[in-house]
Ligand binder design. Structure first.
Ligand SMILES: [Fe+2]
Length: 207
C-alpha cells in the first residue's frame, strides 16, 4: 500500500501536479511526505456530553476508592492533534458511574480533571463502570480541551461489554456511535488482584 503511495507521488511529480522547491530531491520529498502522512491521526469520534457532567472535578488520577467494588481499571493514553503532535497541558475531564451504574450527583466520586503530561500522556485508575437504565453500553465520558483546538466531547466503551457479544465490529449497538471508541481490555496480574487496562488515544482537531 505504501509502495502504491510512493508510486503515485512520483507520478504526481512527473505530471507536474506536485512540484519540488529548490534543494529537494524527488526521493527525499517522497520519503518526507510519507513520513508526515503517517504521523497524521484521525480525530477521535465525538459522542454526546450527556446530562451528568459537572464542572469542578478534582485533579486526581485515582478515581477508585480503597475497597470500592468492581473490577479495577487502569486507563492510559495520550492527547494529540490531528497532525500527530502531542498536546501536553491539555485538560482531560472524566466522569463515569461506579461499578453499580450510579453517578455521584452530589459529590465528585468517579469524576476527575487531569492535565496531560509531557508527550501528551495521561492515565488514571478507576473501575469498569456499570450499566444504567438510560444507556445500553458501559462507558466513560471525556471532555478534552487544549488551546487552539476544538474541545473534544467523547466516550470510551469496553470490548468486554456483554452488549457487544465478544465482537464489537460484528455486533455494534446504537448506543455507541463508533467501533473506534470501543477499546480492547487487557487483564493483568493475579486473579485476586486482577486489573483490567485499556488505552484510549484522544485526537483533537485544530480550531
Ligand atoms: Fe453516561
Amino acid at each position: 500500500m505504501e509502495l502504491n503511495r510512493r508510486d503515485l507521488l512520483y507520478k504526481c511529480m512527473a505530471m507536474g501536479v506536485v512540484q519540488l522547491g529548490w534543494g529537494l530531491s524527488p526521493a527525499s520529498a517522497v520519503e518526507a511526505w510519507i513520513r508526515s502522512e503517517n504521523m497524521a491521526r484521525a480525530a477521535t469520534p465525538i459522542d454526546q456530553l450527556g446530562p451528568f457532567y459537572k464542572k469542578g472535578a478534582p485533579n486526581t488520577a485515582v478515581l477508585r476508592g480503597a475497597g470500592d467494588p468492581g473490577l479495577p481499571l487502569a486507563v492510559a493514553g495520550a492527547v494529540y492533534s490531528t497532525r500527530g503532535e502531542p498536546l501536553p497541558g491539555a485538560k482531560i475531564e472524566i466522569w463515569q458511574t461506579n461499578h453499580l451504574g450510579h453517578y455521584d450527583l452530589s459529590g465528585y466520586r468517579y469524576r476527575a480533571a487531569l492535565v496531560a503530561a509531557a508527550k501528551g500522556l495521561y492515565d488514571f485508575q478507576s473501575v469498569i463502570p456499570g450499566h444504567y437504565p438510560a444507556r445500553t453500553c458501559q462507558h466513560i465520558h471525556f471532555l478534552v480541551s487544549a488551546p487552539g483546538h476544538k474541545p473534544l466531547v467523547t466516550q470510551m466503551y469496553f470490548g468486554s461489554d456483554p452488549v457487544f457479544k465478544g465482537d464489537p465490529a460484528k455486533n455494534p449497538n446504537d448506543d455507541c456511535p463508533s467501533a473506534e471508541l470501543v477499546r480492547p481490555i487487557l487483564l493483568t496480574d493475579q486473579p485476586d488482584t486482577m486489573t483490567a487496562s485499556a488505552t484510549f488515544e484522544l485526537v483533537l482537531e485544530a480550531l
